[in-house]
Write a protein that binds this ligand. Structure first.
Ligand SMILES: NC(=O)c1ccc[n+]([C@@H]2O[C@H](COP(=O)([O-])OP(=O)(O)OC[C@H]3O[C@@H](n4cnc5c(N)ncnc54)[C@H](O)[C@@H]3O)[C@@H](O)[C@H]2O)c1
Ligand SMILES: O=C(O)C[C@H](O)C(=O)O
Length: 348
């Protein structure tokens, strides 16, 4: 029973991403380099399942779980799982340095989630300060780590972190990522159901940013293609992907936003970063990064990951007229969210 369960989890996880290999058994960690991953906000709704998924990942040798409180319990719990990663829990600001020291990848799901009726930007006032203080500590204790920003509003928190790193003299644009993987998972899931194609084979790039209309799925590039989808179908799929976060917030009715699907998305993206660091070729994921593929200074698109983080920001590829229109419409909102983050970091 246990073996059958593990096998089906394994298959599901591996199918979720072409690059994912969680739980592949048997695995040998003998030839894998040591990699420390820190999760900031590890006791939260995303942090806990994300800690579990990373404990299951053989690429992780050291898992550092930090939060303002509650992390010793989470760490003790996941540490009993018989996988490679050594787990340590750190609680409170005086332990943040220790949690971060030596990290190769830092994942940040720290901050408040939405309630029904709120936009992601409504979280700015609380989360901007949290992200700023955590970025300040990263600049001090692990300036070379790849930073995976999950905390919302991602369109502003990534520019905030960039400004903090610039001020500290540690900014490397190749090492800062807004995690938009959940948008990609949603686009794949919704497309597969509508196009009636096997979900594990689907690929759909999602570009732009991570809020409302700034989330732009490129269904014209979806594979396997399905030419029988109408313009109305594509419009509906686009809207559902853009509103995916809100769909979960409303269903949870005041108990937060996506946590389980986000933990899975965060684990996929962190694994892609680790594979890139380890020199595995052709690791490509969408992410919100410093970019010059449009006139905006940060933009989500496909990026190739390598030993130093972003190896190449890939272009948008051919867009349908509907997508071209979506791209033009998202620019002003995305620009002002980016500027809001930069302004906050420079004034505070
Ligand atoms: N990028 C995405 O696609 C995506 C998806 C889902 C949620 N999110 C965002 O992720 C964030 C977290 O969501 P959640 O559901 O896990 O919330 P949560 O409230 O369940 O957990 C957040 C955790 O952050 C901790 N925290 C607060 N301040 C901290 C600090 N200074 N240092 C360390 N930890 C701190 C809290 O103690 C808590 O444990 C929210 O901002 C949410 O909007 C982003
Ligand atoms: O929607 C939210 O507030 C959380 C997250 O950004 C999501 O897309 O699920």
């Amino acid at each position: 029973m246990r073996t059958a369960l593990l096998r089906s989890v394994d298959t599901a996880l591996r199918r979720g991403s072409s690059s994912s290999h969680f739980l592949r058994r048997p695995f040998s960690s003998g030839s894998l380099p040591d990699r420390k991953v820190a999760i900031l906000g590890a006791a939260g709704g995303i942090g806990q399942p994300l800690s579990l998924l990373l404990k299951l990942n053989p690429l992780v040798s050291s898992l550092s779980l930090y939060d303002i409180a509650g992390t010793p319990g989470v760490a003790a719990d996941v540490s009993h799982i018989n996988t490679r990663a050594e787990v340590a829990g750190y609680a409170g600001e005086d332990q943040l340095g220790k949690a971060l020291e030596g990290s190769d990848v830092v994942i940040i799901p720290a901050g408040v989630p939405r309630k029904p009726g709120m936009t992601r930007d409504d979280l700015f006032n609380i989360n901007a300060g949290i992200v700023k203080s955590l970025a300040t500590a990263i600049a001090k204790y692990c300036p070379n780590a790849l930073v995976n920003m999950i905390s919302n509003p991602v369109n502003s928190t990534v520019p905030i972190a960039a400004e903090v790193f610039k001020k500290a003299g540690t900014y490397d644009e190749k090492k800062l990522f807004g995690v938009t993987t959940l948008d990609v998972l949603r686009a794949k899931t919704f497309y597969a159901a509508k196009a009636k194609v096997p979900v594990e084979e689907v690929n759909v790039p999602v570009v732009g940013g991570h809020a409302g209309i700034t989330i732009l799925p490129l269904f014209s590039q979806a594979t396997p293609s399905n030419n029988s989808l109408s313009h109305e179908d594509i419009k509906a799929l686009t809207k559902r992907t853009q509103d995916g976060g809100t769909e979960v917030v409303e269903a949870k009715a005041g108990k937060g936003s996506a946590t389980l699907s986000m933990a899975y998305a965060g684990a996929i993206f962190a694994e892609a970063c680790l594979k890139g660091l380890n020199g595995v070729p052709d690791i490509i994921e969408c992410s919100f990064v410093q970019s010059n593929i449009t006139e905006l200074p940060f933009f989500a698109s496909k990026v190739r990951l390598g030993k130093n983080g972003v190896e190449e920001v890939l272009g948008l590829g051919p867009l349908s007229d509907f997508e071209k229109q979506g791209l033009e419409s998202l620019k002003s909102e995305l620009k002002s969210s980016i500027e809001k983050g930069i302004k906050f970091a420079s004034e505070n």
